[in-house]
Design a protein around this ligand. Structure first.
Ligand code: GLU
Length: 293
């Protein structure tokens, strides 16, 4: 077992709507994984993507986590209050000569992906070598995003990725990496939908803090709804609030979440958080978080 005094786990929701059961199950797994090692657990609100933030959602998320029985250490960190740190990281990356402005639209990138040798989701490096005068010319009538150059071994799989969006918001990859470093996070347990982000964040972290310790990235399987589709906040997958309104207790919901992932021997109808942490075994959780990096 790792040195318990050093384990720091986290849950980092985006306040863009109520957490659905899949989100809650990931939060529970992250909490159990940290607490079973005697580690700290922190909660960070990823509220940078202002156009998507829903008023009241952050408070509702915290209420839901608390109601489920998850506790956390220290104050909640809000990314919207940390933009100075992201700005500093951008400057550092710029000083390393690794960032560049990109003027491509989403359409340009899609077209490049459908060309021979193109790959969906991988930026082909169109703006990587623009000259100073070309940049000045394009900047006069279009706002640019900022991308980070990746080393050759990552070019085919991930491509240069955005660290500052063209609407001037700091990109998810940059903010998450800066925060995980600053907060001393050692265990990132999150949904498998983010697995493609992990190599980007590992690379960014190496650039920003080459001497950091090891971070474990563990990815929880996504929960599917009754029709076998991935749950989404947008399609109104059931929330803790609805569960409560229809008379469900937190113990019943915990049992449901635990049963759907199979971290206890037997399916359950009801379990208190204190019992759950007594009964569950960290190895069994780690087995479920099989998508490691
Ligand atoms: N804020 C992200 C989300 O809610 C998760 C970020 C992370 O865990 O790295 O999807």
């Amino acid at each position: 077992m790792p040195n318990s005094s050093k384990v720091v786990g986290r849950y980092a929701p985006s306040p863009t709507g109520d957490l659905h059961f899949g989100n809650l199950r990931t939060a529970l797994l992250a909490w159990l994984h940290a607490r079973l090692q005697g580690g700290q657990f922190i909660v960070r609100m990823e509220d940078l993507d202002l156009p998507r933030v829903v008023a009241g959602s952050a408070d509702q998320i915290l209420r839901d986590l608390e109601w489920l029985g998850l506790d956390w250490d220290g104050p909640i960190v809000y990314q919207s209050e940390r933009t100075d740190f992201y700005q500093r990281a951008l400057l550092n990356l710029d000083a390393l000569g690794l960032s560049y402005p990109c003027f491509c639209s989403r359409k340009d990138i899609q077209a490049a992906a459908s060309a021979p040798h193109g790959k969906v989701g991988v930026y082909p490096g169109t703006c990587r070598s623009l000259s100073v005068s070309e940049i000045a010319m394009r900047a006069s009538n279009k706002s640019s995003a900022t991308r980070l150059k990746v080393p050759p071994k990552m070019e085919a799989s991930c491509g240069d990725f955005v660290i500052l969006r063209s609407d001037s918001l700091f990109a998810y990859q940059l903010a998450v990496t800066v925060d995980d470093l600053d907060q001393g996070v050692t265990e990132v347990v999150r949904g498998a939908d983010l697995i493609d982000s992990t190599p980007k964040q590992v690379y960014l972290a190496e650039l920003l803090q080459p001497k950091r310790g090891r971070v474990n990235y563990l990815h929880a399987p996504l929960m599917l709804d009754d029709q076998g589709r991935r749950m989404s906040k947008r399609d109104g997958s059931i929330s803790a609030e609805e569960w409560r309104r229809s008379g469900g207790s937190s113990e019943q919901l915990l049992a449901h979440l635990v049963t759907t992932i199979g971290i206890l021997e037997e399916p359950l109808k009801c379990i208190a958080i204190e019992e759950l942490i007594e009964q569950v075994d960290i190895k069994r959780i780690a087995d479920k978080l099989s998508l490691r990096y």
